[in-house]
Write a protein that binds this ligand. Structure first.
Ligand SMILES: Nc1ncnc2c1ncn2[C@@H]1O[C@H](COP(=O)(O)O)[C@@H](OP(=O)(O)O)[C@H]1O
Ligand SMILES: [Mg+2]
Ligand SMILES: [Mg+2]
Ligand SMILES: [Mg+2]
Length: 398
């Protein structure tokens, strides 16, 4: 008797259980370790065969409402709506309002379940006396959004409720149990410019992402690279949703029925296009241009903010997403969890620069090798090769 194989929709492949190891009487410690491992495998397999329909419906509802709140703020963003965090990155009343709203709704939807949320923002700055007015504005935004979207049966939140809901996002996540993962506004800089941003919400179960929702209020309903842009130039607002084993869907934020999407089937790099951050400080534009040259990609890069890049890729607007932050930068799980699920369920592949899958199970950060690369199955070998060669070249020129 040797190893046996088990189909796991969660890992999207086959994993091996080795049954040749010593038994209880001879090695009790080993047995207990081995039992733990098997229990984890059983739990993961169970998670994979579970339906997350209820969680997905709640996530879509929460992301939809947060998108409405953000749209309202973006229309008339005031200077007083923007603050600077201790790491100098910007945060707006919409980031806080979106986090409070999503946290509040998710907890209400599952009252009998333990609630764990890993989210970007916290309320520390909002608890200071000088930010009182900002807090009042956030509270009003949250309450107005609930009331204007048919949820006036919920009694209005107080300032303390808002602060508490924001701080519910302090969970450390990890490999056990279920954890929501939220970026209340991904692409805050894009949001402030009036460009692309996303509300990104995912669910982890036993360390694996099992669902992802991306609300992209400014993303056109037609392809970013479509030649018919004039036809529906003003139609924007996409809601992407994906559940493990069930595919990726997109619908309009105005409520069209969902349609299934797939990543591009292009195998020829000459016909491919590359997406990257608008902000050169978030990802090296030089490195991606070197990679493009090595692969023979002809089209100029498409630079947009936020996980809208993952959404656009999942419906085949482009073929490749490259992200190479400066050395030492640690990626956060909320910047990729929802986007990863949306692309993976649409048939795409997301890895670090060395080809390892992303590991969302080790807390608030993603520990990975150098950068993140995303493409379809056919282009991945050529992309990996170009990435490794380009990284080598860059290292030798330093
Ligand atoms: N120096 C840096 N390198 C890489 N990513 C960075 C960064 N500074 C901020 N970011 C992250 O980049 C995200 C935006 O990604 P993109 O460039 O694709 O729009 C930001 O999300 P937030 O806007 O949620 O803070 C932030 O987490
Ligand atoms: Mg931020
Ligand atoms: Mg972000
Ligand atoms: Mg953010």
């Amino acid at each position: 008797m040797g190893a046996s194989t088990v189909w796991s929709p969660l890992t999207r492949g086959v994993f091996t259980i080795n049954s040749t190891k010593p038994r209880l009487k001879s090695m009790p410690l080993y047995f207990s370790l081995s039992l733990t491992t098997s229990l984890q495998q059983v739990r993961r397999a169970a998670a994979a065969s579970m339906s997350y329909d209820k969680q997905l419906a709640a996530a879509k509802k929460a992301a939809f409402l947060a998108a409405r709140l953000c749209q309202k703020v973006q229309k008339s963003l005031l200077q007083s709506d923007v603050q600077s965090k201790s790491d100098k990155s910007p945060v707006t009343v919409a980031d806080y309002g979106s986090q409070a709203l999503v946290s509040f709704i998710l907890e209400k939807e599952f009252p009998s379940m333990p609630f764990s949320l890993v989210a970007e923002e916290d309320s520390e700055d909002l608890r200071k006396e000088e930010t009182r007015e900002t807090l009042v504005r956030i509270k009003e935004l949250v309450n107005d959004t609930l009331a204007c979207n048919g949820m006036n049966y919920i009694s209005p939140l107080s300032e303390e409720d808002v602060l508490d809901a924001i701080d519910r996002g302090k969970s450390e996540g990890g490999p056990h149990g279920q954890h929501w993962v939220l970026d209340p506004i991904d692409g805050t800089k894009g949001f402030m410019r009036g460009d692309q941003y996303a509300i990104a919400l995912a669910l982890l179960d036993e360390g694996k992402v099992v669902l992802g929702v991306l609300a992209c209020p400014n993303l056109p309903l037609t392809s970013l690279t479509s030649h018919d842009r004039h036809i529906s130039e003003d139609k924007v607002g996409c809601l992407y949703s994906a559940q493990v084993g069930a595919g990726t869907y997109v619908q309009s934020l105005d409520g069209s029925p969902p349609t299934k999407v797939h990543v591009s089937a292009t195998a020829n790099p000459e016909e491919a296009s590359i997406f990257e951050s608008f902000e050169g400080a978030h990802s090296s534009h030089d490195l991606s241009s070197l990679i493009a040259k090595k692969m023979g990609v002809k089209a100029p890069p498409v630079r947009i903010d936020s996980q809208a890049k993952y959404g656009a890729l999942s419906r085949g607007d482009g073929e490749i997403y490259l992200r190479f932050p400066r050395e030492g930068y640690r990626e956060k799980i909320w910047d990729h969890a929802a986007g990863y699920m949306v692309v993976a369920e649409a048939g795409g592949v997301v890895t670090d620069a060395a080809g390892n899958p992303l590991d969302f199970s080790s807390g608030r950060y993603l520990d990975l090798d150098t950068g993140i690369i995303v493409t379809n199955q056919k282009l991945m070998p050529a992309l990996s090769k170009a990435v490794l060669e380009s990284l080598k070249e860059r290292a030798s020129s330093l």
